[in-house]
Design a protein around this ligand. Structure first.
Ligand SMILES: NC(=O)c1ccc[n+]([C@@H]2O[C@H](COP(=O)([O-])OP(=O)(O)OC[C@H]3O[C@@H](n4cnc5c(N)ncnc54)[C@H](O)[C@@H]3O)[C@@H](O)[C@H]2O)c1
Ligand SMILES: O=P(O)(O)OC[C@H](O)CO
Length: 326
């Protein structure tokens, strides 16, 4: 199976490395930035997004989307807000798509899988998601992910193609569940960073992870996700990872917000993506539409809009007491 990758950021590059390790076929990596294409092909390094990692010889970068049409499956790794435009330009027909971005599209409130189905109606869709810092995956450190696809045959072929001694895909048929965990955890990671930045302590962080998971579960169930998927690698697993480390861009954004810095300043001029900043407002809207309470998400939205951290935290802590199972 010849794999193509759409997106030459840190995760797309690390996944190209995964595909190179998992099989002998060449891997085509489409990058938007010509300097990324040039440095991968000439030096085997993506200096802009994944520095200091030597990439496999079988990875060939290109700036031409049309070259992806020769592939048997495509890993879609553009940021969530750009998936629609990139897939529209790529016009990949019925080639299977493995969606690896984590987010919800602003405006349409669609999960990335829903966007892909709307743009590429004939393409089978899978989702790859889980606790995966790109630099660790690229370095070959042990990693496990959820690989969700309704078509059992395609799921098995993709899993076998991408698996290696250091990369273990766990199969699922719950596509929406795998997507929702990844999208919601980014917003919760921002909130956990705020706890760190504001110096609220480790008890508060653990409480936020647990109550955030309750929030993820309420929203996921309302959108058709299964509870066991949300409790797996793509949900709770990724939530724990990104809520515990400054390697997470979302957590780091939250640290800055918790220290009282403005979101605009923290997001200005950054080349890398903190998906939680874009997902939070649309997730809050989608939750209201579904009649689901998401107080932590609402708090992140207020902080991104410039509210003072002390006031937002005080409001969260002043909410009425309730049953834990609610
Ligand atoms: N980095 C990780 O460790 C990691 C792990 C798992 C999932 N993800 C997810 O992968 C997705 C991509 O993140 P990343 O870390 O590879 O990106 P990145 O932050 O390393 O780089 C930014 C990417 O955005 C692209 N981009 C910017 N503007 C664009 C536009 N207008 N149209 C198309 N693309 C544009 C750039 O070309 C680049 O590929 C995100 O949804 C992220 O949540 C990242
Ligand atoms: O750096 P973050 O916060 O985008 O997290 C990267 C991955 O999603 C971790 O699984």
């Amino acid at each position: 199976m010849r794999i193509g990758v759409i997106g030459g950021g840190a995760w797309g590059t690390a996944l190209a490395q995964v595909a190179a390790r998992g099989g002998a076929e060449p891997v085509t990596l489409w990058a938007r930035e010509l300097e990324v294409v040039a440095s991968i092909n000439a030096e085997r390094v993506n200096h802009a997004f994944l520095p200091r990692v030597e990439l496999a010889q079988s990875i060939r970068a290109t700036g031409e989307l049309s070259e992806l049409r020769a592939c048997d499956a495509l890993l879609v790794v553009a940021p969530a807000q750009h998936v629609r435009s990139v897939l529209t330009q790529a016009a990949v027909g019925s080639t299977p798509l493995v969606l690896c971005a984590k987010g919800i599209e602003a405006g349409s409130k669609m999960l990335v899988g829903e966007v892909a189905r709307a743009v590429c109606g004939q393409a089978p869709v899978a989702v790859l998601s889980g606790p995966t810092f790109a630099h660790e995956v690229a370095a070959g450190l042990p990693t496990a992910v959820t690989l969700a696809c309704e078509d059992a045959g395609l799921r098995a072929r993709l899993g076998a193609r991408l698996a290696s001694r250091s990369f273990r895909p766990y199969a699922s048929d719950d596509v929406a569940g795998a997507e929702i965990g990844g999208a919601v955890k980014n917003v919760l990671a921002v909130a956990c960073g705020v706890v760190e930045g504001a110096g609220l302590g480790q008890n508060a962080r653990a409480a936020l992870i647990a109550r955030g998971f309750a929030e993820m579960t309420r929203f996921g169930r309302a959108r058709g996700a299964r509870a066991e998927t949300l409790a797996g690698l793509s949900g709770l697993g990724d939530l724990v990872l990104t809520c515990s480390s400054t390697s997470s861009r979302n957590f780091s954004l939250g640290v800055g917000l918790g220290q009282g810095r403005a979101a605009a300043e923290l997001l200005a001029d950054r080349r890398t993506v903190a998906e939680g900043a874009f997902t939070a407002p649309v997730l809050a809207e989608a939750a209201r539409d579904a009649g689901v309470e998401m107080p932590v998400t609402d708090a992140v939205v207020r902080l991104l809009e410039g509210a003072e951290p002390g006031a937002v935290i005080a409001d969260l802590l002043a909410r009425p007491l309730r049953d834990e199972g609610h």
